[in-house]
Design a protein around this ligand. Sequence first.
Ligand SMILES: Cc1ncc(COP(=O)(O)O)c(C=O)c1O
Length: 399
Amino acid sequence: MTKASDYKGFATRQIHGCDVRIPGINPLATPIFQTSTFVFDDCAQGAARFAGEEKGYIYSRIGNPNVDQVAKKVAILEGAEAGLALSSGMGAISTVLMSLLESGDHIVADLALYGATFTLMHDALPKYGIETTFVDASDIQGVIDAIKPETRMVYFETPTNPNLKVIDIAELVKHVHEKDPLILIVMDNTFATPYLQQPIALGVDVVVHSGTKYLNGHGDVISGFIASNNTIINRCRDIGLKMVTGSVLGAFEAFLINRGLKTLDIRIEKHCKNAMIIAEWLEKHPKVRKVYYPGLKSFEGYEVAKKQMKLPGAIISFELNATKAEAEQFVNSLEMITLAVSLGDAETLIEHPASMTHAGYSKEALEEAGISETLIRLSVGLEDADDIIADLEKHLAAV
Ligand SMILES: Cc1ncc(COP(=O)(O)O)c(C=O)c1O
């Protein structure tokens, strides 16, 4: 079977080359290996597998064919040497941090992060002796100035959740590595996906994902991924996943994500097409004060997004010319657009970050991160753009 990494095209790689074939049966789709453990022929084989002298499965916390298949696919799509699949995006992020850092280490992180990532760094890691300095990572000099002798990691998302700030990946990597080549650069690529943005090719050391979002794409799975080199992935598996976080993805979830990944490119193309139409429409609407979308020329991150992203993504945030109560009333009244956190699903979802996904931020931290209290986040789905606009238009009229 040709290896997926040997195929040149993204669409081919997302479909072919990672399937598990079973001689004599040969199903097209890899069956679900719903098993906790794997049978050894004898004690010698069990010992050889534990000692790493023989390849083969042992126990599904350490490896499972469906989970390995989808991890390998994400790694190939990210252009990474290896990958690891986990039970959530937070499982992936905590596994990276707990595997690669130790007490006394220091992180420089962007101010705007997914809420639970911020809380993990701000509130939980200090208990283990790991401190974080939060800076605006789009100001590269600010990142360099925050680096201390004990800094081991620079961590950021781009575009950021929820205010879509765009960080110049190649420039940040260049300057951080000039200062100290041993600092690990970790980037959350959830918003862009590997179809739109390839951080590893731009010098990032470790990519993390909430696979819950576009990678699965159908709103029915919680999952996470890490993509990096063999050494880092082995460390994340053998220390983090196996013994610290235990954040194991189930075989059925892996099967669903593998299925979702086969259509990643065409889903993202449609998500982005819809988002561009809606962002332009929102920008012209008299009741909308500001639109945050990297595809708009008026948006600060436009040029950098154009340089490093194939398309500007499909998350739009916006503020209304309205009070907080009126904005809430608007969100509550929408009919097809669904009030729910998460993103990257077929359904268009809307939420209020300050009170929901980013509730772990204090009022001051929100302000410092540029996340306004009246910001509304829209994850543009795969419906017809006209229907999404009709719902927005009808209920904006009532504001
Ligand atoms: C950018 C980003 N990273 C990480 C996460 C965490 O992922 P999960 O909910 O799968 O744990 C999220 C969740 O919304 C997210 O938006």
